[in-house]
Ligand binder design. Structure first.
Ligand code: WT7
Length: 692
């Protein structure tokens, strides 16, 4: 998630157990259609949250994002974006037209313009005299394994890598797959591709050989860039064997460039393999960035849809880079001269693409790049990094925040976190409890929190607070940022009134929008543009509160329908997590003969409560069910709650409710290939039969 490596932090070694649930033998006859908008009950329940945090005037006085931006964008959207593009990006040829929407939904932004993304992220900063500024504070997982790269040093690496790729026969338009740990070479490899106009397809290092193979095949990648391994939980963890397997038996790949990270024994194929360090050393350090058309493909990034085959989301150059730089400036409020910024995402996810590589580097920011997990070698590792590097802007995911809550506030309290001035959240709705904990415990009760809604498809932040402008409401993503237009609509596509819920849509094209699904224009139109003609359907349910703030309720396919009442999984999870004994919760709607669907909760307990549950699980479960009924209303009371030691999560930190639904409905668990740790389902199932 996206973010996010820390998702693995919750994948521990505990033995699963489950209580309070007896597997019933219900036939599975019901299919899951996309349900419609959330019910009045759901919406009313969310209105409990009425805490408000107005911006601090001192913060507002220095903020990049101002009220005026809203007025400018409202007055003339095209002119607004043209100005952002010209102010923030260096074009080798100016554009003639801001937006061509004549072939909607295939957009062209900044038509006729030419630029190079790597030039914008590196060369121009060096040319402006900022070559000595640190671009990356790399922190490896092994203690003390750190290295800084200035913008000039990063540029040198990227120029050499660009020459190497060209020597290997990679031409403008050819695809390059990147399968690397969180090391500086991942950033350099992406920028080297951009420098020669070769779209990259980064595949998260935690994906399997099969997943890598299918992504390489779909994109017909010519070269793969990988490493011998990376460090994970204190040990070298091999990567190259997965590549060897993925390229075995003949593929589009004719070279594999291998970064030496761990020095571990690595099988070698002389026909294919080449060491990155040897190739770069031998390569020329001179290289001119190749200007490309504004609409030239910058990257593909595969993301899972509701079914089957992953979608290769296509992003192009000019519009993407403009919105990446703009949002990193106005939302994260990054001041490149003074801030130390840290986005904890992995570069294998869109968050890493936009908010490690393209946004902050286009802006010339200094950032932390951390290789490891949050609890190696100890649970204070992140806060130690914040203290040592004086991190001022931190961008992470709710799943991480809840993990830290579970570990306890004593750990962050041991470190000096006073450098922090902006905290960001991304990837899923952040429950008010976690939001407030984040602000109080990490932000010292003073930092603004920007909860940023966007997607792989949107390329960059769409809905968020501006930290110097917005009065913050914990749990709300707040409003479309200047230049972006979103709405919450009902079944018919009509805008809902304040206080009501519906579907989140984007009703005007935006610069960093996806330009399609690689090789599948029909799927692109069908998935996003067919539900409401001319309007982008995001797949999320949302509510507008009385003041017009947007509350994202989660994917609409996770909305439940219980006795004709619709309930949000997110809302019930939030209620469960607000119970002092619960660390994490996931809720699914399971088929029920009487009520259509029934609420089934899965909870991870906080330390002491887990021992208590082993003694008297039934009492604890009854207590939690009543707690939900009390928080939201009897209709939301879970039919069952299972106490588990782990939750199944994707590598991006998203809970895979589909699998939990399989468990709740007592059927064979489906495809687990996108789980961060596929053994989690075994733990949960074993736990169930133990108690069942
Ligand atoms: C889905 C997109 C955006 C980069 C990471 C995820 C959910 C994302 C929020 C948020 C509520 C959020 C949505 C969205 N989501 N951010 N701030 N509040 N929900 O990218 O993997 O493409 O997932 O993540 O459901 O549709 P992604």
């Amino acid at each position: 998630r996206s973010i996010l490596r820390q998702s693995r932090a919750t994948v521990g070694s505990g033995v699963g157990f489950a209580v309070g649930w007896k597997a019933a033998n219900r036939p599975n006859t019901r299919r899951y259609a996309v349900p419609d908008a959330p019910s009045e009950e759901t919406l009313a329940a969310l209105s409990h949250e009425d805490r408000e945090f107005p911006p601090d005037p001192a913060f507002a006085a220095q903020a990049n994002g101002t009220k005026e931006l809203f007025a400018e964008a409202d007055a003339d959207r095209d002119a607004f974006w043209a100005q952002q593009a010209r102010d923030r990006i260096t074009w080798s040829k100016d554009f003639e037209q801001v937006l061509d929407w004549s072939e909607a939904p295939f957009a062209k932004w900044f038509v006729g313009g030419e630029l190079n993304a790597a030039y914008n992220c590196l060369d121009r900063h060096v040319e402006a005299g900022n070559g000595d500024r640190v671009a990356l504070h790399f922190i490896g997982e092994p203690d003390g394994d750190t290295k800084d790269f200035t913008y000039a040093e990063a540029l040198d690496q990227v120029k050499r890598a660009a020459n190497v790729l060209t020597d290997l026969g990679v031409e403008k338009g050819d695809r390059v797959a990147i399968y690397l740990p969180m090391i500086p070479e991942a950033v350099f490899a992406m920028l080297a591709c951009a420098r020669i106009g070769a779209p990259h397809s980064v595949v998260f290092g935690g994906f399997s050989a099969d997943a890598l193979r299918s992504r390489i095949a779909d994109a017909e990648a010519k070269v793969v860039i990988t490493a011998d391994g990376g460090y994970r939980r204190g040990k070298p963890s091999a990567l190259k064997p997965a590549v060897d397997e993925a390229v075995s038996g003949g593929t589009s790949v004719n070279k594999v460039l291998v970064v030496r990270r761990t020095g571990q024994d690595t099988a070698w194929n002389d026909d294919l393999d080449l060491w990155w360090h040897e190739a770069l050393e031998a390569a020329s350090a001179e290289h001119e960035a190749v200007p490309v058309d504004s609409e030239h493909p910058l990257f593909l990034l595969y993301t899972s849809g509701t079914t089957g085959k992953p979608k290769g989301i296509l992003h192009t150059t000019g519009g993407y880079l403009t919105q990446a730089a703009y949002t990193n400036s106005v939302v994260h409020d990054v001041h490149p001269e003074t801030d130390v910024y840290w986005c904890t995402a992995d570069v294998g996810w869109v968050t890493g693409h936009t908010y490690i590589v393209y946004g902050p580097m286009a802006n010339g920011a200094t950032q932390v790049l951390y290789e490891g997990t949050p609890d190696t070698p100890h649970q204070g590792r992140w806060w130690e990094i914040v203290q040592d590097k004086k991190v001022s802007v931190l961008y992470t995911a709710p799943t991480a925040i809840r993990t830290f809550m579970k570990w306890g506030k004593e750990t962050p309290a041991k470190y000096d976190l006073s450098s922090l001035r902006v905290l960001g959240s991304v990837g899923e709705p952040i429950n008010p409890e976690a939001w407030v904990w984040y602000r109080e415990i990490i932000g010292g009760g003073k930092t603004p929190i920007v909860d940023t809604w966007w997607q792989t498809e949107t390329g960059a932040i769409m809905v968020s607070a501006l930290p110097g402008v917005t009065t913050l409401k914990p749990g709300s993503a707040q409003a479309a940022i200047p230049g972006i237009s979103v709405d919450v609509v009902d079944e018919q596509g009509n805008s809902v009134e304040n206080g009501k819920g519906g579907y989140l849509i984007i009703d005007k094209p935006w610069p960093s929008m996806l330009r399609g699904i690689w090789g599948d224009p029909e799927r692109f139109k069908e998935t996003y543009w067919s539900r409401y003609p001319g309007v982008y359907f995001a797949g999320d349910g949302a509510k507008r509160d009385e003041q017009g703030n947007i509350w994202v309720l989660g994917r609409v396919d996770d909305v439940m329908n219980v006795s004709g009442h619709r309930l949000s999984t997110t809302e019930i999870e939030s209620a469960l997590v607000s119970h002092p004994k619960v660390a994490e919760a996931a809720v699914v709607g399971a088929t029920d003969a009487t009520t259509g669907q029934a609420v089934v909760g899965f909870v991870i307990l906080r330390g002491d409560a887990a021992a208590e549950a082993e003694q008297d699980g039934d009492a604890l479960v009854a207590n939690l069910r009543n707690h939900v009924a009390k928080e939201i209303g009897p209709i939301a009371k879970p039919r069952q709650i299972m106490v588990v030691s782990e939750l199944p999560k994707t590598r991006s930190g998203k809970i895979m409710r589909r699998l939990l639904r399989d468990v709740a409905e007592n059927r064979e668990v489906g495809d687990v290939s996108t789980l961060a740790d596929s053994s989690v389902m075994d733990l949960i199932k074993t736990g169930m039969s133990d108690s069942g």
